[in-house]
Design a protein around this ligand. Structure first.
Ligand SMILES: *Cc1c(COP(=O)(O)O)cnc(C)c1O
Length: 432
């Protein structure tokens, strides 16, 4: 493996593979963002990944800032994680019966995430949020949920809703197939705007089961919570008898070992996890106070189940990952590397007079090409998409693998080296 990225020469095999895949699967992919629609063109087909690198089927090497969209905090294919999965696989892939590995991962999660006393494992972030919302409704006997414009919580019906231009409107479905009646149970507030939440609570208070938020927004690009925002949500939830739900599918084990709740010292009632908790395998989880979790079947009556939930391979990968990220200084090192990178990009933008708002929390960061200070969905949308598209392709051709959308967080992993960061900054210098 070379230590520096190579300049990409061609992607002809990926082009052929993409044409073929489109005949077999809608858009040629199994998750829409992979199809590169927002930047146009052909996604590289990946054949392997190791550490901070991915390789496409044309043998091009890239420095990877997608990290499988979040899970790869240790870098790809960490030998100890791979070994844990291999050893577990030899004993069988799935039993649909209780295993020790489930209790071990449950304990590891409870030890690390401050507000979780009991946890249930599922198979994806979508499932975790869908189940947590059901639990909030079962627990409160209320039906409406407040979410924030631009926050993504997976693809379940009532969460596929964002605001129109007016913030305090009833939800309209983002996708055909989502019943209007379902979408109407979802109310949309503005991220970092407590008044917008208060207004919804004043109008619908007795019907609000929960306030659902990404404590650091990551799915409209990385947007940190303003000081007081999460604390304000906590006290509004208390005041109106609603639960506070932190969707930490992205931020869990990412912005701190204990997630955003530890970093900002605000405790939700229910926490949702995904991505890193499975160490690259399909695992999600939701958890909270034992009293709330006691409502989940079979202890309680809120039904939720899964044939492959808690499967040994996912548990083994998650367990080894949580062990490795608990090393002393793991997060300080990750964060200072990410700071060097994001500051470097900020310096380049300043020198070239390019309007840019660069956000960073821990090892999550985003470059918004805008003069505005990005604090919510509307300000995120001011980002210059044409400039991003040119930047994106130039970076890809320079061997830097970024998410193909201006509204995504980039991730730095423990495997990224100073050489990777220098290479990346050189590519940024050329691309802007
Ligand atoms: C990725 C993500 C989800 C969905 O998780 P999947 O595993 O893709 O279903 C939900 N919420 C947040 C905050 C996410 O980042």
């Amino acid at each position: 493996m070379s230590t520096a990225s190579t300049t990409v020469s061609k992607r002809t095999r990926s082009q052929e593979a993409f044409t073929q895949a489109q005949k077999l699967m809608p858009g040629g992919v199994n998750s829409p963002v992979r199809a590169y629609k927002s930047v146009g063109g052909t996604p590289p087909f990946i054949q392997k990944a190791q550490g901070s690198y991915v390789w496409d089927i044309d043998e091009n090497q890239y420095i990877d800032y997608i990290g499988s969209w979040g899970p790869a905090i240790l870098g790809h294919g960490h030998p100890q994680v791979v070994e844990a999965v291999q050893q577990t696989a030899e004993k069988g892939l799935s039993f649909g019966a209780p295993t020790l590995l489930e209790s071990e991962l449950a304990q590891a999660v409870i030890d690390r995430v401050p507000s979780i006393e009991k946890v249930r494992f599922v198979n994806s972030g979508t499932e975790a949020v869908m189940s947590a919302v059901r639990l909030a409704r079962a627990y409160t006997g209320r039906e409406k949920i407040i979410k924030f414009a631009g926050c993504y919580h997976g693809h379940s019906d009532y969460l596929l809703v964002k605001a129109g231009s007016g913030a305090l409107t009833l939800g309209v479905p983002d996708s055909p197939g989502v019943p209007k009646a379902t979408a109407n149970e979802t109310l949309i507030a503005t991220f970092n705007d407590l008044a917008s939440v208060k207004a919804l609570l004043n109008e619908h208070g007795p019907h609000i089961a929960g306030i659902l938020v990404e404590p650091v927004a990551g799915n409209m690009g990385c947007i940190p919570p303003e000081p007081g925002f999460l604390e304000g949500l906590r006290s509004l939830a208390n005041e109106f008898g609603a639960l506070l739900l932190f969707d930490e599918v992205m931020t869990g084990f990412r912005v701190a070992l204990g997630g955003a709740q530890q970093r900002y010292e605000v405790m939700p009632d229910i926490t949702m996890l995904g991505k890193i908790v499975g160490g690259g395998m399909p695992v999600g989880a939701y958890g909270g106070k034992a009293e709330i979790m006691s409502h989940v079947a079979p202890e309680g009556s809120m039904y939720q189940a899964g044939t492959l939930s808690g499967n040994p391979l996912g548990m083994a990968a998650g367990l080894k990952t949580l062990e490795l990220i608990s090393a002393p200084d793991f997060y300080t090192n990750l964060e200072s590397k990410t700071e060097a990178l994001s500051q470097g990009v900020a310096d380049i933008c300043r020198q070239k007079g390019i309007p840019a708002c660069i956000t960073q929390v821990g090892s999550m960061w985003t470059v918004f090409f805008t003069d505005a200070k990005v604090t919510d969905f509307d300000t995120a949308m001011t980002s210059d998409r044409d400039r991003f598209t040119k930047y994106f392709w130039s970076m890809l051709d320079a061997g830097i693998y970024l998410a193909p959308s201006p509204f995504e967080a980039a991730f730095v992993s423990a495997a990224h080296t100073q050489v990777d960061i220098d290479e990346t900054l050189k590519a940024v210098e050329k691309s802007l």
